[in-house]
Design a protein around this ligand. Structure first.
Ligand code: SF4
Ligand code: SF4
Length: 435
């Protein structure tokens, strides 16, 4: 069988023994991914709350206005995806992607229903059996689509709010219509498209082709001793319906390794090694064990190490930014519509504005005082201003001082803020005008 790749595999790299079990490994990884897919939004581990403009990231409730953290998070995720595509090829597609997990599950369920229908109704015509199997599959797929859509939309809308909308069968509000539309698209996707989505619609496959290079992990057919027995088991096992023997670089190939299991199984029975295996690019040195561990895990050139260092830099920056983040955001600014006013008792007033946002999970309190101004006090705001979680407030207050304590013109003062929880003793340098 001719292949596009003519690179010879070194003997020491042919270490994959007959009877590989990538399928079992992949299904275990997919099960873990399914649990993560469901857990992330339901427990606010990672999701965007569009109505409230919040971004939940591993326990931190970030506000969309916190540009630096949102930017660092998006850059970190983007470089993580790019690094994974560059080093491990389509690992995301074959092992981690929810579309692939649900497509393969839909395939398995559909096959089981067809088998069951054929077994239970041996005397019915094949058309009738196909029809009954299709109806049964559709009846199962509908509630499954509702569940998948619920989890998916929970990444953008609070799950509890979504649950109430679902219970009230809301298809009148914008949120309800969006949920119903996504359910319909999900149903049609898994009824009609499944893996076709990967090659026809999903941009990640195209992106991966741009990011891969001569060291990227791929599934490789290499048969220098002409050991392939042309059984086509690899083709029948392929969920994407392709023939890996034609090329290791087919766009449809998700590097799922089902063909490796198939080939190692059949050739293993004949006492031979598989002729399909994972390899780092066309060099075919994927399983060489006598190379350094860095090369064995895929860090095979400086470019890859540079990308991982960059990833580490963003991860560190993100950790520091989240660590330094204050739960209560506080800003104080002067209100200069009038420079000053004089009360009937002769005291001088300067007006200020406080903007406060409680980005934490518990009630916050703010206490203001004034320094560098003898006899100065704060009026117009309660001694301890409280803010509920998620609440923002804009409050005006006056700094008041007896005329004997200031000199005419500009006086430098400090407004002190004690915030709990958060950074106590915040200082704001301001100016105080006196006649
Ligand atoms: S060719 Fe092999 S690795 Fe590629 S999608 Fe098909 S079974 Fe998976
Ligand atoms: S499963 Fe292996 S031996 Fe059979 S056709 Fe595919 S590559 Fe050849």
């Amino acid at each position: 069988m001719s292949t596009q790749s003519q690179t010879r595999l070194p003997a020491k790299s042919r270490t994959i023994l007959p009877g590989t079990h990538f399928h079992r490994f992949r299904k275990t990884v997919q099960a873990v991914c399914f649990v993560i897919f469901v857990t992330l939004p339901l427990f606010d581990i990672m999701r965007i709350d569009l109505p409230r403009q919040r971004f939940y990231f591993f326990g931190a409730e970030l506000w969309i206005s916190e540009f630096s953290i949102v930017f660092l998070t998006l850059m970190f995720l983007w470089i993580l995806i790019a690094a994974m595509a560059m080093i491990y090829g389509r690992f995301w597609c074959g092992y981690l992607c929810p579309q692939m997990i649900f497509s393969e599950t839909a395939n398995s369920i559909e096959k089981s229903i067809i088998r069951l229908t054929n077994k239970r109704m041996p005397n019915a015509g094949s058309r009738l059996r196909r029809f009954i199997a299709a109806v049964a599959f559709g009846l199962l797929l509908l509630p499954a689509s509702v569940v998948v859509t619920f989890v998916f939309v929970s990444y953008f809308v609070p799950p509890l709010d979504l649950f109430h909308r679902l219970l009230s069968l809301d298809i009148r509000t914008a949120g309800g219509i969006a949920g119903a539309s996504v359910t319909l698209v999900t149903f049609l996707d898994f009824a009609l498209l499944r893996q076709r989505f990967c090659t026809a619609i999903c941009p990640y496959g195209y992106l991966q082709n741009m990011l891969k290079d001569k060291h990227t992990l791929l599934v490789h057919f290499h048969d220098p001793k002409d050991e392939c027995i042309q059984c086509s088991k690899c083709v029948r096992a392929c969920p994407m319906g392709i023939d890996i023997r034609r090329s290791s670089h087919q766009l449809e190939c998700t590097h799922c390794a089902e063909c490796i299991d198939a080939c190692s199984g059949i050739l293993g029975k004949l006492g031979r090694q598989t002729v399909i295996q994972y390899a780092w690019g066309d060099s075919g040195t994927g399983s060489a064990l006598k190379t350094s561990w860095l090369r064995r895990i895929g860090l095979r050139d400086g470019k890859r190490i540079a990308v991982l260092v960059l990833l580490l830099v963003y991860a560190t920056g993100l950790s520091i930014a989240i660590g330094l983040r204050q739960p209560v955001l506080l800003r104080i600014m002067p209100d200069r519509i009038t420079l000053y006013s004089i009360a009937p008792d002769g005291r001088i007033h300067n007006r200020f504005r406080m903007l406060a946002s409680n980005r934490g999970h518990v009630q916050a309190t703010i206490s203001l005082s004034v320094a560098d101004l003898e006899g100065g006090s704060i009026e117009g705001i309660s001694e301890r201003k409280t803010l509920e979680p998620g609440q923002s407030a804009q409050v005006q207050f006056d700094v008041v001082v007896p005329p004997s304590s200031v000199h005419p013109g500009v006086n430098r003062i400090r407004i002190l803020a004690d915030v709990a929880p958060g950074k106590i003793g915040q200082q704001f340098s301001e100016t105080f005008f006196a006649p």
